[in-house]
Design a binder for this molecule. Structure first.
Ligand SMILES: [Zn+2]
Ligand SMILES: [Zn+2]
Length: 378
């Protein structure tokens, strides 16, 4: 644990700001600066006061205050050999929520870390899970509604800051159906200043700040890396099928598999690609009054409909995420019990109501589910 506070007692700016990767020069005026540092034995902080009164302390990138709270989340440890691990980073919808962040899922196998979608706050949840943005091997997108793409820029730019992992092995890669190139190219242009000033400031090598993209043109296996296989399939987000593209993904690693429905109304491809999958992760939508906001409900899958899909696909474990369940202060949602009961009208198995940072570890021994309660009892 490491904390560092730097402040000026009289005029002047708080000057603990963006710093170079390996050396942080704290505020450099004379008696107007007071600095406090506290560190435990595991962190070496060298502080020296020069004759001119300049306080310089050297810290490594890993000592930067991002690690003030060290993650105990299982995602921070690499998966075991053969394990496919899935972490629900954000289980929400466009509703701004502190409980359910924007939609995002972390997929880990071997030493690989991929994310599917990047909703609001994804980099915060990723950090809580113990993975630095710079450790991501790629981001895979289902469609381009804002609640799935809001954090592309955050993951990319936070990921190239050396203090947060840095990126020295090529561009941050964003994968998706038609349109991903337009988004990435425009983000690259929009944030040109950040790359340039960090380079001019000596903080990083601009060669490490790239972002790349690869567009998937049709259904089928779209990505293969070290035994991890990603298959894309079409889904349908709205009755008129105008929200295009809209994709789901199945990810296989050895004998283990997970399907992510994407945002969709009930679609036969989810059953076709998801039959006998280990983990079937489906979106869900329900309001207490089914007649309120019909436009919203018509673009998603109700618990009763999802129950039919789970029944037909028969996964080892069925999980809900992307909860469209009321709008705080405006539209009432339904209770957890009712969501489960409505699902069970058509499905006699269990359904897990996903939560942010919930983990599913898929191995030859089956699926181990670790929520925050299980973690605290470890
Ligand atoms: Zn959507
Ligand atoms: Zn969505």
């Amino acid at each position: 644990m490491f904390t560092l506070r730097s402040r000026r007692t009289r005029a002047g700016l708080l000057c603990l700001g963006v710093a170079s990767a390996l050396a942080l020069s704290a505020c450099s005026t004379t008696d107007t600066t007071q600095t406090e540092a506290a560190a435990d034995d595991s962190v070496a902080v060298a502080a020296a006061e020069s004759s001119a009164g300049t306080v310089t302390r050297e810290i490594t990138a890993n000592d930067f205050p991002v690690n003030v709270v060290e993650s105990t989340h299982p995602a921070k440890d690499a998966p075991a050999e053969g394990e496919l691990r899935v972490t629900l980073l954000g289980t929400g919808s466009p509703v701004p929520s502190t409980e359910r962040f924007g939609f995002s899922i972390l997929i880990q196998a071997g030493d690989m870390n991929y994310m599917v979608d990047a909703g609001r706050g994804a980099v915060v949840r990723l950090t809580q899970a113990g993975i630095e943005a710079g450790q991501l091997d790629g981001l895979i997108l289902t469609h381009y509604h804002s609640d799935h793409v809001l954090s592309i820029d955050d993951l990319w730019m936070t990921g190239y800051v050396p203090a947060f992992g840095g990126r020295d092995d090529g561009d941050f890669m964003v994968y998706g159906p038609e349109g991903v190139g337009t988004i990435v190219d425009n983000l690259y242009a929009a944030f040109e200043n950040d790359r340039q000033v960090r380079d001019a400031d000596g903080e990083l090598d601009i060669e490490t700040t790239g972002i790349g993209w690869e567009e998937f043109s049709e259904e089928g296996v779209v990505l293969e890396n070290d035994g991890l296989e990603v298959t894309m399939f079409d889904v349908q987000h709205d009755p008129a099928n105008v929200i295009l593209p809209s994709q789901g993904y199945r990810i296989d690693y050895g004998e283990h598999s997970v399907l992510i429905s994407g945002d969709t109304i009930p679609h036969p491809n989810v059953v076709e690609y998801g039959t006998n999958v280990d983990l079937l992760i489906h979106e869900v939508a329900a309001f207490e009054d089914p007649d309120v906001l019909p436009q919203v409900i018509s673009h998603h899958t109700t618990p009763e409909q999802a129950g039919e899909i789970f029944r037909d696909a028969d996964p080892e474990m069925a999980v809900y995420t992307h909860f469209v369940n009321g709008i705080p202060g405006k539209v009432d949602g339904i209770s957890d019990e009712e969501m489960i009961a409505r699902t069970k009208e058509n499905f006699d198995g269990d359904v897990v109501l996903g939560e942010d940072l919930m983990v599913f570890s898929i191995t030859d021994d089956g699926i181990e589910m670790l929520d925050q309660q299980a973690l605290s009892e470890r």
